[in-house]
Design a protein around this ligand. Structure first.
Ligand SMILES: Cc1cc2nc3c(=O)[nH]c(=O)nc-3n(C[C@H](O)[C@H](O)[C@H](O)COP(=O)(O)OP(=O)(O)OC[C@H]3O[C@@H](n4cnc5c(N)ncnc54)[C@H](O)[C@@H]3O)c2cc1C
Length: 474
């Protein structure tokens, strides 16, 4: 602050109203702190990317696309008749769901006494910052503690700049009111796969362009195979080892093995990653360090400096909402003087693809690199009665067991509803459950959850619905 500026005192400041920020605000308020939350978009920003333009809208689109696809291709199962997609009606319905959820969070914050300020925060010096909102007067704040949760934005691609019309980011896709005819998705990571699958099921002709040698390069290889197979069945073209270099007059130029190809499309979706919103926070003025990707470097208790914590997409680790909110609780508790550390044994990774892919704990390679001798067991989806009822065959549940400790250290599932099944796996890993614990826990029939107990039976040598134990040790 300089002479003439009047600063307001703030007990605990939270910057960002996403799942990281609002969770930190609620936890700090529970612990008796007077909390002020500032978001660029004020009350409208509450919910952040996840609720407003990410997790929730994308899952709503995926669900409606799945319904459309089921009915449109359901003749074999006795579903006959035409079904049409009216995206404007979908948008109204989806926006109502999002509005309901964000209003709920605003209500929680209000009940907890959290004050919400609108504007963009920037540090001015240790202990102080300024909030600016358009042409309005700046608001100077002096905080005791601050939690940074400013999230991330889509990474732009050189030569293929977002224009919101023909070159879209994920938010543009989720707001479409017309199903595009021909679409190229640049990026075969989880966001690209989810959006590409949904658009294909809604009737778009989709090409996915991925720079790595396979889809979902951040996940273990075998997990992506059933997804690639299903995309092929849906008519999605996949170009791997391919780099998109330009888009001009409806032609996307890609380079595959040194050869240039052109794909004629109506829209291009760029989903090549996310950039942390740390560049305009003035972090250097308070001595906070970032890594070469702009991610804030933090200790186990999420502290980046004595009174500053950072959480969510602006820090290392998977850029996922549940990671942000788990870190938020640790950050709030640490800043309130409680012993706290973020050291999970497993953060679930989920792709809402078809079939869904979900992963928790170690992969075989990670276990091997850590010097752990593991046995690996895989139960095929084709042997599941519940899977048969939805006509799904390609997938599996895989258990990775620390052979010495007899403890589950990794679970990887490719199956319908894998996103739900993985929660049990996280609990098993966190509690160092043995395969016997999983096998002896009675699972309801017929459900996909039986995949977990089936693979556990396999691991203890008493397989139920497959012929022999196929575990291998590595
Ligand atoms: C299409 C899509 C689908 C996704 N699906 C899933 C999913 O299924 N599951 C999952 O776990 N994750 C999903 N994610 C990721 C998830 O949305 C993010 O990991 C999560 O939102 C990160 O939370 P956050 O609190 O770190 O930040 P954000 O949610 O990004 O919120 C940051 C907030 O900070 C505000 N802000 C930024 N800078 C400033 C500033 N200087 N001053 C004041 N305010 C500021 C922003 O306005 C924003 O409201 C998805 C993301 C996308 C894009």
């Amino acid at each position: 602050m300089v002479v003439g500026e009047v600063a307001e005192g703030v007990d605990l400041l939270v910057v960002g109203g996403g799942p990281g920020g609002y969770t930190a605000a609620l936890r700090a308020a529970q612990l008796g702190r007077q909390v002020t939350l500032v978001d660029r978009d004020g009350e409208e920003g509450i919910g952040g990317v996840c609720l407003r333009i990410g997790c929730i809208p994308s899952k709503a689109l995926i669900e409606v696309a799945e319904l459309h696809s089921q009915v449109a291709h359901g003749a074999e199962r006795g579903l006959v008749g035409d079904v049409r997609v009216a995206l404007p009606a979908f948008q109204d319905w989806k926006n109502a769901q999002v509005d309901g959820l964000t209003a709920g969070v605003r209500q929680l914050l209000s009940s907890a006494g959290v004050r919400v300020l609108q504007g963009t925060f920037r540090f001015t010096r240790p202990g102080s910052g300024v909030v600016r909102d358009g042409d309005g007067p700046p608001v100077f704040l002096e905080y005791r503690d601050v939690v940074l949760a400013t999230g991330s934005r889509p990474m732009p691609l050189q030569g293929i700049a977002f224009d919101g019309e023909r070159i879209l980011d994920s938010s543009d896709v989720l707001a479409l009111d017309e199903v595009p005819g021909r679409v190229a998705i640049i990026g075969g990571g989880y966001i690209g796969i989810e959006l590409g699958t949904a658009l294909a099921k809604l009737g778009s002709s989709v090409t996915i362009v991925e720079m790595a040698e396979r889809l979902l390069p951040a996940m273990d290889g075998p997990l992506s195979r059933p997804v690639a197979k299903r995309l092929d069945q849906l008519g999605v073209r996949v170009r791997v080892d391919a780099t998109a270099s330009a888009f001009d007059e409806g032609e996307l130029e890609i380079v595959v093995a040194g050869e240039t190809e052109r794909i004629t499309v109506d829209r291009v979706v760029v989903a090549v990653g996310r950039v942390p919103n740390t560049d305009e926070l003035g972090l250097d003025t308070v001595g906070i360090r970032v890594d070469d990707r702009g991610l804030v470097i933090v200790d186990d208790d999420r502290r980046a400096a004595p009174h500053v914590a950072a959480i969510g997409d602006i820090t290392a680790g998977p850029a996922l909402a549940h990671k942000a909110s788990a870190e938020a609780i640790v950050a709030a508790e640490a800043l309130c003087g409680k012993p706290a550390a973020f050291a999970p044994a497993a953060i679930p990774l989920v792709v809402f693809s078809d079939p869904e892919v979900a992963s928790a704990g170690l992969t075989v390679d990670e276990a091997t690199a850590a010097g752990i001798t593991v046995s690996v067991h895989r139960f095929p989806l084709a042997a599941s009665g519940r899977a048969a009822t939805v006509g799904s065959r390609d997938g599996f549940a895989q258990l990775i067991v620390d052979a010495e400790m007899d403890a589950v250290v990794g679970v990887h599932i490719v199956a319908p509803h894998a996103s739900e099944l993985i929660a049990e796996a996280v609990l098993a890993i966190e509690m160092a459950a043995s395969p016997y614990d999983l096998a002896a826990s009675i699972h309801p029939h017929p459900t996909f959850s039986e995949l977990v107990t089936e693979v556990a039976h396999l691991a203890i040598g008493v397989p139920l619905h497959v012929r022999s134990a196929t575990g291998r040790t590595s």
